[in-house]
Design a protein around this ligand. Structure first.
Ligand SMILES: [Zn+2]
Ligand SMILES: [Zn+2]
Length: 524
């Protein structure tokens, strides 16, 4: 029997803790925290100029098209990791809808247009709120507040502090990284990096890429999204963007963030939107920690209902309201068609239950989808689940088929389709795609669906027309009540109606109440 020296044996035992591919995260995290003085930085304020991308509000689909952008000026963000608070203030051109939108994570249609230039967003623990100019605080939805809280920790110091918390459970792997062709050009010499993953807020798996200079260069995680499922969120920082704040503390000045995969080339996903936030925030103050950011009582007490109120518009036609987005149920001889599956699965299940009560013996056979914006398609999968065929514009098919109505597991918030995937999903007969015109008819009831052209609000926009009831059903081309002056989207709706020679009495919007066509015309 050969005897190994004691030292070698000890080394083998230590190595055995980390199987091939893995390394000890502890020294990597310690070196990274040392490199930027994380132990000494309790809070930080960064200021400058940036932009935010309207995630899920793409105007066109296909490759090389990004989320629409809004400029943020006088941007100031204070992050206090000890208190668990973050405050952001900036100026943005008013008029955009909705006001409660930040970087896209919080984008919800149906909220009133932003009125004032100055915008305020804050999170304290699980509470988030927003102020439009001098307005009262408006509570953010709990899921948005949680993401703002997550955002507090999605920066180099936040990550390293979170990694030291109980339950973070760090794990590390190593890899050679060649870089990103768009960012780094034709690199040929790979760099060895370590990627450390931790658990944040008890459920988000966040990983950080730490390079050979011990600098944190990329943060990555997934957040649940009704449209995309586990949605990619990442922040990138370059070594040379870190500046010295004194006392060994350093902080990056250039922000570059993605929501959704960086899918410029459409290789795996086709959303073609990813840049969600960016800017030069190079006026930085360390450890000037502000007073406690108190949660306003109205925010603490806010309740979020999910009631469906149905109102009869005509025989067999119901507006399914009660939320920021309506759906419209239309009865045919043997089935029901629903126009729009907005928001998320929770909302769609509630609407489906209400429709099934109104028409107990008829299946929901068709779901008519007006356009591809995320707040209007969050329930498409729910209608697929209950067996409805989705009527949508042909331009949306590639995106829906690859990114939305797919088999991909949803780990953060599993939905009906991911838990009970129906067989049709593999066979592809869950769509009817429309190019110009499409008609549903049982000989008595008719619904004519047409492509709104030219492009207004979003590419691939459909509207529905009920000739017997003289009703137009549309989304985002007109939100009631009529306010005026007429917008580009309003003009597109009017042009479409006139082009088809329709004589409507009513316009039934997905946002707001049914409105007389004559009142709509008054805005012009
Ligand atoms: Zn909308
Ligand atoms: Zn829209």
């Amino acid at each position: 029997m050969r005897r190994f020296p004691l030292l070698l044996l000890a080394a083998r035992i230590a190595a055995a803790q980390f199987p091939p591919g893995y390394v000890d995260p502890k020294p990597v995290l310690e070196a990274a925290a040392q490199a930027i003085g994380t132990a000494r930085l309790r809070c930080v304020t960064v200021a400058g100029t940036g932009y935010s991308g309207a995630v899920g509000q793409q105007r066109e689909s296909g490759v090389n098209i990004d989320w629409p952008r809004g400029d943020l000026t006088n941007y100031v963000r204070t992050m206090n990791w000890e208190a668990g608070t973050m405050k952001e203030e900036f100026d943005r051109k008013p008029g955009a809808n909705p006001a409660s939108w930040k970087y896209g994570l919080g984008w919800k249609g149906g909220t009133p247009p932003q009125r004032a230039t100055h915008q305020f967003f804050a999170v304290n623990g699980k509470y988030g709120w927003h102020k439009d100019g001098g307005s009262e605080a408006v509570a953010a939805l709990p899921e948005d507040a949680e993401r703002w809280q997550l955002d507090l920790w999605l920066n180099p110091h936040g990550f390293l502090k979170a990694a030291a918390k109980p339950g973070a459970n760090p794990k590390a792997v190593w890899r050679w990284e060649l870089g990103e062709s768009g960012r780094d050009g034709n690199t040929t010499i790979p760099e060895k990096v370590t990627v450390v993953s931790i658990t944040m807020l008890g459920r988000y798996r966040v990983d950080a890429t730490i390079n050979k200079e011990n600098m944190l260069q990329r943060l990555h995680t997934w957040v649940p999204d009704p449209v995309l499922g586990d949605m990619n969120v990442e922040h990138e920082f370059t070594n040379d963007s870190y500046i010295d704040l004194g006392d060994g503390m350093r902080f990056p000045t250039v922000w570059h963030s993605h929501q959704g995969w960086d899918d410029n080339f459409g290789a795996q996903a086709v959303t073609a939107g990813h840049n969600a936030f960016g800017g030069k925030l190079d006026r930085i103050r360390a450890n000037d920690c502000p007073d406690a950011l108190a949660v306003p009582p109205v925010v603490r007490e806010a309740a979020f209902a999910n009631e469906v109120t149905s109102r009869k518009l005509a025989e067999g036609i119901y507006l399914m309201g009660g939320a920021s987005h309506n759906s419209v149920a239309v009865e045919f001889n043997d089935y029901v068609a629903v126009v729009e599956a907005p928001l998320d699965e929770r909302r769609s299940l509630a609407v489906i239950e209400a429709v099934a009560k109104l028409f107990p013996n008829k299946p929901i056979r068709f779901l008519v989808n007006t356009h591809q914006h995320f707040d209007h398609i969050g329930g498409l999968r729910t209608y697929l689940h209950i067996g409805a065929t989705i009527i949508t514009h042909a331009k949306n098919w590639n995106f829906y088929n690859r990114d939305v109505l797919n088999y991909a597991p949803r780990t953060l918030e599993p939905d009906m389709v991911s838990l009970w995937p129906p067989t049709e999903l593999a066979e592809g007969y869950q769509y009817e795609t429309v190019r110009e015109n499409y008609t549903l008819s049982d000989g008595t009831r008719h619904m004519h669906i047409s492509y709104v052209q030219p492009l207004a609000h979003a590419e691939g926009m459909l509207m529905a027309w009920l000739p017997n009831e003289k009703m137009v059903i549309e989304a985002d081309l007109f939100d009631a009540p009529a306010a005026g002056p007429a917008t580009e989207a309003n003009r597109a709706l009017r042009r479409q109606v006139e082009r088809l020679g329709l004589k409507p009495e009513w316009v039934v919007p997905i946002h707001g109440r049914e409105t007389r066509w004559s009142d709509f015309l008054r805005m012009f």
